[in-house]
Design a binder for this molecule. Structure first.
Ligand code: ATP
Ligand code: ZN
Ligand code: MG
Length: 532
């Protein structure tokens, strides 16, 4: 990336002719030293490539990299000129202008022309040239330039990933445990036997028997993994102000999957009279009509479930005694618009998750992740006896170098990144095909991705990191049922023990429900073994 521009300094009066020698020396000093400070590679720094003096104006052509950027270079030049010329010739700086600014990129990217300061974007020989409008001293002091370059860098990184959200590398896999794969989709069975009913797209009601199974699995996970490691339960809100999503990055990264919430425009019921009348008479409500009574969305619904954790520690200063902090939340659902990908309760709009979160120094955060990893493996392998695998997935925004590690043995997992846990779903097809595996959970360490924007600080200035891990209850249960089926003799002993801690709830069987005769018969068969 190359930045070029013309920096114009207007002085309060014409520069005396003696000044030109002095200015030549200053330019030499700037190019050799001051504009290179803080960079290792010369191409990251700035250089004055040409300049001229005309009465009370100095114009400098500057070229820069991304470390000492054009804006930073301009301010450094201004300081040098003001200090040296100001006192000697009793001359002040009246105006600074950076014009003809061009950002030249080696890749093709598109960028909104509606952004402030962007005048035009052109493409020349595979390079993108972004032209900015004139910038003045106040603009140069704002981080606009920095943020614009961050936006461009992210767009370039995304483009390099080729549209993929993440790169996947196998870390470890269980033995091949399943000899006779079950070919029935447990989602279909659960619906057919009436244990769950779809309310709307990607949203279900779980009746007591299914709730009982989900709860047993969650309790087992808490007892085997979460509590032995000392995590304590907290209760997080499930509707977040937009600013929180701006800081976590979710609004920029996954806005297409977020469900938003709006407040009514008024609390005065009489203001809704027209809408209410129309509902009485027409017995319907049109979303377009409703929208007129609502404020624009100012919240988004729980997406990652760990957002409130970072928000809570915003601007707080932590000392060693307080660290590490280890919490979990299971107080409510998460919401995601999954468009066409919805299937049964594997991929839903409203799902339930135990979200584990931690905060500490890097070595603490890594150690906690490692212990969790060990317990997760034990849980998948021994407790639930699943056929599983885990993979290192690098989301595009963690990739620093742009070079993707392909060799599994060389992966260093003690850096920010994510480990996914996956289970084979035999009903979908062979285990050789990646599409037949389901992500059931994951663990991430984020580095300073959240501690930086939320300014979470250590009292001795040490770096703080965070980590989180999501256990999607529906997905774990589907994985278990897909591999073990509905015959409880095949269920893992420990799980059955938890299912049996209280009487199995009654299944709903009415004249019209479950819907089909096959469903009713299947239900009778399944529950015949579930009564104790
Ligand atoms: P996928 O790649 O399958 O969409 P993801 O990478 O979006 O998963 P994460 O954002 O890592 O998932 O969420 C953490 C966990 O939350 C997942 O491992 C899964 O257990 C659960 N989860 C995520 N999205 C859904 C969904 N739409 N329905 C049910 N569970 C989900
Ligand atoms: Zn999280
Ligand atoms: Mg997803």
């Amino acid at each position: 990336m190359l930045l070029t521009g013309i920096f114009e300094v207007i002085f309060s009066k014409p520069l005396p002719s003696e000044a030109s020698e002095e200015i030549a020396k200053l330019v030499e000093f700037l190019n050799r030293d001051y504009l290179k400070r803080g960079t290792r590679r010369p191409e990251d720094a700035a250089t004055i490539t040409e300049y001229n003096i005309e009465s009370n104006v100095i114009r400098m052509q500057i070229a820069s990299g991304t470390k000492v950027r054009l804006d930073e270079a301009s301010l450094r030049i201004k300081n040098v000129l003001a200090n040296s010329l100001g006192s000697r010739y009793r001359i002040g700086i009246r105006k600074l202008t950076l014009r003809d600014v061009k950002i030249i990129l080696d890749t093709k990217i598109s960028i909104s022309l509606k952004l402030p300061f962007i005048r035009g974007v052109t493409e020349v020989n595979g390079k993108t040239v972004i032209e900015l409008s004139e910038l003045h001293e106040d603009d140069l002091k704002k981080p606009i330039f920095l943020r614009l370059l961050q936006l461009i860098e992210e767009k370039e990184k995304r483009a390099k990933w080729g549209g993929k959200a993440e790169h996947w590398m196998l870390l470890k896999a269980s033995d091949l445990k399943i000899q006779k794969p079950i070919v029935i989709d447990p989602n279909k069975v659960l619906e057919e036997i009436g244990w769950m009913k779809r309310m709307s797209i990607g949203q279900w009601l779980y009746t007591p028997p299914l709730t009982h199974l989900l709860n047993a699995l969650k309790r087992l996970f808490l007892d085997e993994v979460v509590k032995p490691l000392g995590f304590q339960e907290a209760t997080f809100p499930k509707m977040y102000p937009l600013e929180v999503g701006l800081k976590t990055g979710h609004l920029k990264g996954v806005i297409n999957s977020i469900v938003f919430a709006s407040l009514p425009k008024s609390y005065d019921l009489s203001e809704f009279e027209e809408l209410i009348d129309s509902m009485y008479v027409l017995n319907s409500v049109e979303p377009e009509d409703l929208q007129k009574y609502l404020k624009p969305s100012s919240y988004f619904l729980c997406f990652a479930q760990c957002e409130p954790f970072y928000w809570f520690f915003e601007n707080e200063i932590l000392d060693n005694d307080a660290l590490p902090i280890k919490w979990f939340d299971m107080s409510g659902p998460s919401f995601r618009w999954e468009a066409g990908g919805i299937h049964g309760i594997e991929r839903v709009i409203e799902f339930h998750r135990i979200e584990i979160v931690w905060l500490g120094k890097p070595e603490q955060v890594i150690e906690i992740r490692n212990k969790l990893l060990e317990r997760y493996e034990y849980f998948m392998d021994r407790v639930l006896d699943l056929e599983w695998r885990m993979a290192w997935v690098t989301p595009w925004f963690y990739e620093q170098s742009g070079v993707v590690q392909e060799e599994v043995r060389s992966i260093n997992i003690d850096v920010p990144g994510t480990i996914d846990f996956e289970a084979w779903l035999p009903y979908r097809g062979s285990r050789e095909d990646n599409r037949n595996w389901l992500e059931i959970g994951n663990i991430s360490i984020h580095g300073t991705k959240f501690t930086e924007p939320f300014r979470i600080k250590h009292n001795k200035g040490e770096v703080l990191w965070t980590g989180c891990s999501g256990f999607g209850s529906e997905r774990w249960l589907i994985a278990l049922l897909a591999q073990k089926g509905f015959n409880i003799d095949e269920w893992p002993k420990k799980f059955l023990e938890y299912v049996k801690t209280s009487p199995f709830p009654q299944s709903i069987m009415t004249v019209s429900y479950p819907k089909t005769r096959e469903g009713k018969e299947l239900l009778s068969k399944i529950i015949s073994k579930l009564v104790w």
